[in-house]
Unconditional design. Sequence first.
Length: 277
Amino acid sequence: MNIKSIGIMQGRLVPREIKSRLQSFPWKNWKKEIILAKKNKIKIIEWTLDYKNFGKNPLIEKPIKTKNFFKRNFIKINSLTADFFMQQPPFDEKNNTTEYLLKLIDISKKINLKYIVIPLVDNSSVRHFKKNRIIKYFKYLQKKINFKKLKIIFELDLPADQVVKFISNFNDSFGINYDIGNSAYYGFKFTNEKKYFSRVYNIHVKDRDKNGQSVPLGSGLANFNEIFSYLKKIKYNGHLILQTYLPKNNKLVVSNTLKNYNFVKSFLWEEKKINVQ
């Protein structure tokens, strides 16, 4: 686990475009954000994909051209969070989300994406649907699709024992995205969550307070010392993606993200801090 594993969720270096949402695709500034990431020596960005205007998203409309833009700026895009899953859960038969997911899987394989994060939280939470129905849905995909090196990784809002039971239904093409801030807010004990870490391929790094609000890293409920000590112990080699708090003042967005970046880096080793450019 080293600095090369740290990345940011899309939209963490540019102003929020939808004020009511913590996260959405930055239509106006996605290219600008890549330039800013390059200037500030951030090497990884996790893409976000919304339901609205799905087909017009650059990664869907022009995947090769978009991936090449990343490469020219020395930024890796290895993972994508499929937020459209929360916005229009496929388990509701009225939605056409499955069509979108199949298209995304096909494109992801073409551009050598490593992980598609499927958020089974909020509107798409396992808690809101029959668990067997969700398992059956993904088992169908498991049988139908040759994933090659691509992995589908679930973000869940379930206690550890239920996560273990859920993921045991699937082969190694499926795994877990661990969200530090969410788990702390739900009151899950990290000692229990270690049970499924052999299937954790990606980690979202954020912090939340007792009211569920996203807050600067280290100021909320998450026990980062405990978590990073364990990640070092098991020699975790997946990604650490900053899905962090965004300040209301747009002038502070970049400096805030770099502060959080350095916070995470401090758990890996001591090195000269990144300065805002």
